[in-house]
Design a protein around this ligand. Structure first.
Ligand code: SF4
Length: 211
């Protein structure tokens, strides 16, 4: 059985990473594993590694501008030792971060076959972890991947910022992706983003009312 670091099941993505290893030999340039507390009740799910972010640093949402807000929000909620994931004190407690697709895709866009294949191969196992109670999806495609992986109909679970979905024993919280495209245009502001993380923590702690 293959392991995540050696997975080359998607030919297009494997070729893209092979070229990246030539162009940037000091970068990670392999599938990116989940990062954080292995017993976390809160799981943050993005779509795929960023080329100069997680694909470079080997840590989801680490090393690019999108990731800055993620770690700052985790820090503000008491889940990250530091708001800077590059520091040695970037340890997460009570939270874990992963991506639905583990390899960086060209132009940040995996194909539907790549997304389906990766979630069946890897995300399914991650979401079966019985310690997880709340999932925060960053972006609509991540939301779809989680809903599909857990076997719920998309039509019953439409993505919108701060929406909550009961998926069996899990609660899925939606957030717009904190990409510069969203944060620079005002589509997503810091308070909206942090509010989703605070709500996630409240749910983990058993609070039913909106935070
Ligand atoms: S995207 Fe997932 S399934 Fe495809 S090669 Fe990477 S790790 Fe393997």
């Amino acid at each position: 059985m293959d392991t995540l670091p050696s997975c080359t099941a998607c030919p297009r993505l494997a070729a893209f990473l092979a070229q990246a290893r030539v162009d940037h030999p000091d970068w990670h340039n392999l599938p990116v594993q989940a990062y954080g507390d292995p017993a976390a009740p809160l799981l943050v799910v993005g779509l795929a590694p960023g080329f100069r972010g997680a694909n470079r640093t080997a840590r989801p949402f680490c090393g690019d501008r999108s990731g800055g807000w993620v770690y700052q929000a985790l820090h503000a909620c008491g889940l990250a030792e530091s708001p800077d994931p590059m520091l040695a004190g970037g340890t997460l407690t009570g939270a874990r971060i992963t991506n639905a697709v583990k390899c960086v895709p060209p132009a940040n866009r995996p194909t539907s076959a790549e997304t389906r294949g990766c979630r069946e191969r890897w995300l399914t196992t991650e979401l079966r972890d019985p310690t997880i109670r709340v999932i925060i999806s960053l972006g609509g495609l991540s939301h779809q991947a989680v809903v599909d992986t857990l076997g719920f109909p998309r039509k019953d679970h439409t993505f919108s910022h701060a929406a909550e979905h009961q998926l069996g024993s899990l609660v899925l919280l939606d957030s717009y992706h904190p990409s510069p495209h969203n944060t620079n245009t005002g589509r997503l502001n810091w308070d909206q983003f942090l509010g989703v993380f605070r709500r996630g923590v409240a749910l983990v702690q058993g609070a039913g009312a909106s935070a």
